[in-house]
Design a protein around this ligand. Sequence first.
Ligand SMILES: NC(=O)c1ccc[n+]([C@@H]2O[C@H](COP(=O)([O-])OP(=O)(O)OC[C@H]3O[C@@H](n4cnc5c(N)ncnc54)[C@H](OP(=O)(O)O)[C@@H]3O)[C@@H](O)[C@H]2O)c1
Length: 285
Amino acid sequence: MTDNENITEHGLTLVLGGTGKTGRRVVERLEALDVPVRMGSRSADPAFDWEDKATWTAVLRGVERVYLVYYPDLAVPGAPGAIRAFTAAAVDAGVRRVVLLSGRGEDEARACERIVQGSGLDWTIVRSSWFAQNFSEDYLLEPVRAGEVALPAGDVPEPFVHLDDVADVAVAALTEDGHTGEVYEVTGPRALTFAEAVAEIGRAAGREIAFVPVGARDYATALAGHGMPADIVEFLIYLFTTVLDGRNTPTTDGVRRALGREPRDFVDYARETATSGIWKELDQS
Ligand SMILES: NC(=O)c1ccc[n+]([C@@H]2O[C@H](COP(=O)([O-])OP(=O)(O)OC[C@H]3O[C@@H](n4cnc5c(N)ncnc54)[C@H](OP(=O)(O)O)[C@@H]3O)[C@@H](O)[C@H]2O)c1
């Protein structure tokens, strides 16, 4: 990673969650543009930890722009306080521009957006629908590989977004003029139910993958049995039972408005991910 003290015309950009699903893609794109990047995560040097404000000053020193990703989610208790404290520290450190990754349809995330909008920083909000890559880079990978995805998701369609689109929008907002004060609500070009998404993945991977609807309590018990921390289990149940009620089904024009092109389709995601071999059956990999 570049941690360049000689700030170019773009200035030093801090990418929080820089090793995560969206942050990694944002870092790759910024480095390709020769933008000096500082990673912000517990494993970076200097380390950044949301739980330890003492780490923030060194990480913010000399930074002009920030890709702001909160972990685990803007909808968890404690997020607004952390976002308020972090944006105040960013202003004190001389940061000028912030691009916030937010979640669609979450009142708590909306409260965090308002804090960023009132921070005094130049801001852009990237308000994202459900990531397609949750099926390949997060908690849904293991069930896909095992051949059965059991979720408390009924027939509500979700316009899954490709993370390359999220990263493209974030990088445009970080590096180009004309995105300040914009809320880009980003989705894929069509909504699929979870059953349809799993069927697309099965077709692309060339194998049978079952989708099994389950009750929320059974799902919570299964996640806890796999050792998932209680707060993450609670958050996932909230997502499936409260946020996945149809409020996020309509597609939006956020990718087109930000980038002047259409978003990638879920089928493109499924085909390219299948090519990597990551969805092979567990005993074949
Ligand atoms: N999943 C979805 O479908 C979805 C949809 C809309 C919005 N979102 C939003 O996406 C955000 C998550 O982004 P992501 O998926 O790109 O991240 P992610 O893949 O969950 O990656 C986590 C990143 O955060 C870092 N991290 C973990 N704990 C940390 C801590 N205590 N302090 C500082 N850094 C920490 C990790 O690095 P280290 O381990 O090195 O610290 C890693 O770089 C959430 O805020 C969520 O609201 C998600």
